[in-house]
Design a protein around this ligand. Structure first.
Ligand code: COA
Length: 285
């Protein structure tokens, strides 16, 4: 084996390693996997903390995924080579410590913009939470459409312990996901919860054994990636935009979208395939 394998796997040539040993650089890695993009936060020496550069690279990665027709879903996880398992241990505190009030506001707006872009992608996203998801890390999981957690994962909004408030929309997405009372308990105490509790309160969709997490999330993402693309994008749009609208307005949008999607080639194909008792061949228009 060459040096690339050595860097990836420590050179353990004869142990049946099946890793793709292509060395990648960058703070956010994107690995295509049969219709799914695996996005890895890659700052293991800082528990994958979300610096401005990480956020900027994530923005670029998301733009590429949205434009890539071969990708139908994405999984976001943290580089596992951390000293303790981490998805992301928050926004970068070392970076924030010297920011002025105006810069803090701009930092918040950057994170909010990137996470809103993620939430509004036309492709479903799953956060595969492999360890600490604290502060901005937990906020990132909440901007994903689904959350799968490793048994050893933990979630927390510890900003209050630093004297600050959540800045990447955690104060808004958390109560929408788990209700105001539970959200305030986490936000005001700063106390973390484990994966089982996160599942119990509806913060995460599934809890998987640590070693099965990324595989399980990827398999589920692949299933979502194979669904009708037009309807998939429309469902995300309806649910995400509808959350900020009155019921009346959101239902009007649903009826409009029902009509628009109803005119797509995919609808004709889906219904014809049902009648002919065969799988549908989606064309995505
Ligand atoms: N921002 C910047 N650096 C961070 C970080 C963050 N949010 N979280 C961890 N790191 C860095 C540490 O400074 C340390 O760097 P160093 O080795 O150069 O000193 C490295 O990551 C490892 O973290 P460490 O604290 O030594 O690990 P630990 O296992 O003892 O503790 C945590 C893990 C997650 C409990 C602890 O790192 C922590 O509390 N992090 C901050 C969580 C937080 O408040 N997030 C919200 C930010 S708004």
């Amino acid at each position: 084996m060459g040096s690339e394998h050595d860097e990836c796997c420590g050179g353990h040539d004869d142990d049946g390693c099946t890793n793709d040993c292509t060395v990648q650089e960058g703070l956010v890695l994107v690995q295509p996997d049969d219709g799914v993009a695996i996005v890895t936060l890659n700052r293991p020496d800082k528990l994958n903390a979300l610096s401005a550069d990480v956020l900027t690279e994530l923005h670029m990665a998301l733009a590429g995924i949205e434009a890539d027709e071969s990708v139908g879903a994405l999984v976001i996880t943290g580089n596992a080579a951390t000293k303790r398992p981490a998805f992301a241990a928050g926004a970068d505190i070392a970076e924030m410590v010297s920011l002025s009030a105006l810069e803090m506001r701009q930092h918040s707006q950057l994170g909010q913009a990137v996470f809103s872009m993620l939430e509004q992608l036309s492709k479903p996203s799953i956060a595969a939470v492999n360890g600490f998801a604290f502060g901005g890390g937990m906020e990132l999981t909440m901007a994903c459409h689904l959350r799968f957690a490793a048994e050893g994962a933990s979630f927390g909004q510890p900003e209050i312990n630093l004297g600050i408030v959540p800045g990447f929309a955690g104060s808004q997405r958390l109560p929408r996901l788990v209700g105001q009372g539970r959200a305030l308990e986490m936000l005001l105490s700063g106390d973390p919860i484990n994966a089982a509790e996160a599942h119990r309160i509806g913060l995460v969709n599934r809890v998987l054994p640590d070693t099965e997490l990324v595989k399980g999330a990827t398999e589920f993402a692949r299933k979502l990636a194979k669904k009708a693309p037009v309807a998939r994008a429309a469902i995300i749009d309806l649910v995400v935009r509808g959350a900020g609208q009155t019921l009346e307005r959101a239902m009007a949008s649903e009826a409009d979208t029902f009509g628009l999607v109803g005119g797509s080639e995919d609808v004709k194909e889906g219904m014809q395939a049902f009648l002919e008792k065969r799988p549908a061949n989606w064309v995505g228009r």
